[in-house]
Design a protein around this ligand. Structure first.
Ligand SMILES: *[C@@H]1O[C@H](CO)[C@@H](O)[C@H](O)[C@H]1NC(C)=O
Ligand SMILES: *[C@@H]1O[C@H](CO)[C@@H](O)[C@H](O)[C@H]1NC(C)=O
Length: 509
């Protein structure tokens, strides 16, 4: 493939807040990358939230990592909000540190270049300085990777890559000199390390993993991911190069052959909702295991039906209804008591200023990044919705409508608000009544409970529950494809068996 498209899916304003990672390796031939989790503050979480998806869609979530000692050479990863898992690598001699997403849905390694002068995103990230590395070798061939929300471009260079104690020599990677758009601006990771097959590598560059195998750095030609889905725990996850960490799964893995060596693609049996005996893929569906995607993506026709079955509606609609539910009556009362309409939302602490949001989300995120704080995107959403609701309610009051009629009418309007990114949300308090959704792979059933397929952002009144099912249409011949991202890989420990060309899943522990 000439052009590899990696797209990013962003919930509202995408801000990646990924923490730094540390490496440690041991001497049993396994390299472990640990993933850490961090709890974000209760507000602003949507904004901090990146979701990544492979293919033709428009969304992205990121990843983190730290190495950790265990009975093997392992790298530990950091987990940010169950949506982003990443780890640290070194490039050059001495090693220059970078935080990268370990992405099985792409195959190149890229990091920002010290020669990136005109992209703001480069200002806020570690940059590779070829001059400071004694193992650097010039290449200079230009390269670009397209994303749904932007792109990166730059040129190839060659250097040593440090993963824990392992050093991969003569690795071709992309020094990004342009990172336009906001996708990478607020990203907490510097770059991406692709773990897919060479067939989808831009410039046909030999992937890091191939060189690890070819240079005899791993015991077995296998790597495996464990992603912790408990955001309260310090350990975010673990990427093991050269084997599996037996402490992180139960029972046996179910293996299926890789059917297309580009992504880690395999044939999935069916997708079943609740008690249904026939599902949406009765004739089989192609799927990929993608650590670089936060959610679970599938064809629009099917995802729409699943989201209908679980009562998911557009994110903005859901948020709008939450607002009406919690504040609707109070807003009406304030309007009736002749409060100044443009002050109501700030009086209710839903808007910081009196409707004046003069700081654009981008600038805000940059400012906040500098201050080491998160930005206020979720507040902005609530503020904007509140102001809309005030206008709508005021009109209804002028028509002498009853309170109940006003609330009903505004709820109907909520349904009509388009979702900027197409995410769907469910009522957080409805989780216990939602069906289990099952995937059949290799003749076995892999279930996800509502708690597992819904991504909960925030707590209490402002909690948002995002459906883990997101629509993404990958055009033929590559597609249609299902993308089993972190939502799935969190519940199921995943082995990427390069030697035997197969993918294995077992219950994570
Ligand atoms: C530059 O890197 C590309 C991608 O790995 C490779 O195909 C090409 O041969 C390299 N060119 C030189 C001059 O090293
Ligand atoms: C609303 O009610 C007031 C007083 O009850 C009346 O004067 C006014 O004409 C009514 N407005 C409409 C639009 O029905």
């Amino acid at each position: 493939m000439g052009t590899f498209i990696k797209t990013s899916l962003l919930a509202f304003f995408l801000l990646f807040l990924l923490s730094p990672t540390a490496f440690a390796a041991t001497n049993d031939g396994l390299l472990r990358v640990g993933l850490k989790k961090r709890k974000p503050d209760r507000f602003n979480q949507l904004t901090e939230h990146g979701l990544s998806v492979e293919g033709n869609a428009r969304r992205n979530f990121g990843f983190h990592g730290t190495l950790r000692n265990s009975d093997g050479d392992m790298i530990s990863l950091k987990n940010y909000m169950d949506a982003q898992y990443f780890g640290e690598i070194g490039i050059g001699t001495p090693a220059q540190k970078f935080t990268v997403i370990f992405d099985t849905g792409s195959s190149n390694l890229w990091v920002p270049s010290s020669k990136c002068y005109f992209s703001v995103a480069c200002l806020f990230h570690s940059k590779y300085k070829a001059k400071s590395s004694s193992s650097y070798k010039k290449n200079g061939t230009s390269a670009a990777i397209q994303y749904g929300t932007g792109s990166i471009s730059g040129f190839f260079s060659q250097d040593s890559i440090t993963l824990g104690d392992l050093v991969v020599k003569k690795q071709d990677f992309i020094e990004a000199t342009k990172e336009p758009g906001i996708t990478f601006l607020a990203a907490k990771f510097d770059g991406i390390l692709g773990l897919g097959y060479q067939a989808i590598s831009v410039g046909k560059a030999v992937p890091v993993w191939y060189n690890m195998v070819n240079q005899g750095l791993v015991q077995e030609p296998v790597f495996s991911f464990w992603l912790n889905r408990n955001a309260d725990e310090e350990e975010g996850g673990e990427l093991v190069f050269g084997g599996v960490d037996t402490t992180h799964f139960k029972g046996e893995h179910t293996y299926v052959p890789v059917t297309q060596k580009g992504y880690w693609q395999f044939d999935m049996g069916d997708v079943l909702v609740g008690e249904a005996s026939t599902g949406f893929c009765a004739d089989g569906c192609a799927a990929i295991a993608d650590s670089g995607t936060s959610l679970l993506a599938g064809p629009t026709t099917i995802i729409t039906q699943i989201n209908h079955a679980i009562g998911a509606a557009g994110v903005m609609s859901q948020q709008c209804k939450t607002l009406v539910n919690q504040y609707g009556k109070a807003i009406i009362e304030m309007l009736l008591s002749e409060a100044q309409p443009d002050k109501i939302c700030s009086q209710m602490n839903l808007c910081t200023f009196d409707g004046a949001r003069d700081v654009s989300p981008i600038i805000e995120s940059v400012v906040d990044k500098e201050n080491g704080k998160s930005s206020a995107g979720l507040n902005d959403e609530m503020c904007a919705l509140c102001e809309m609701a005030v206008v709508w309610m005021r009109n209804q009051i002028k028509r002498n409508e009853t309170e109940d009629n006003i609330i009903n009418y505004v709820n109907e309007l909520c349904d009509r608000i388009p979702s900027p990114m197409g995410e769907s949300a469910v009522e957080c308090n409805s989780l216990s009544s939602l069906p289990t959704i099952a995937f059949t792979i290799g003749g076995k059933t892999f279930e996800l409970t509502p708690e597992q397929y819904v991504l909960k952002i925030g707590e209490g009144d402002v909690a948002q529950c995002i459906s883990g099912f997101t629509a993404m249409d990958v055009a033929p011949p590559l597609g249609p494809l299902w993308i089993l991202g972190d939502i799935f890989m969190g519940r199921y420990h995943t082995v990427f068996d390069y030697g035997k060309s197969r993918v294995g899943f077992a219950e994570a522990a």
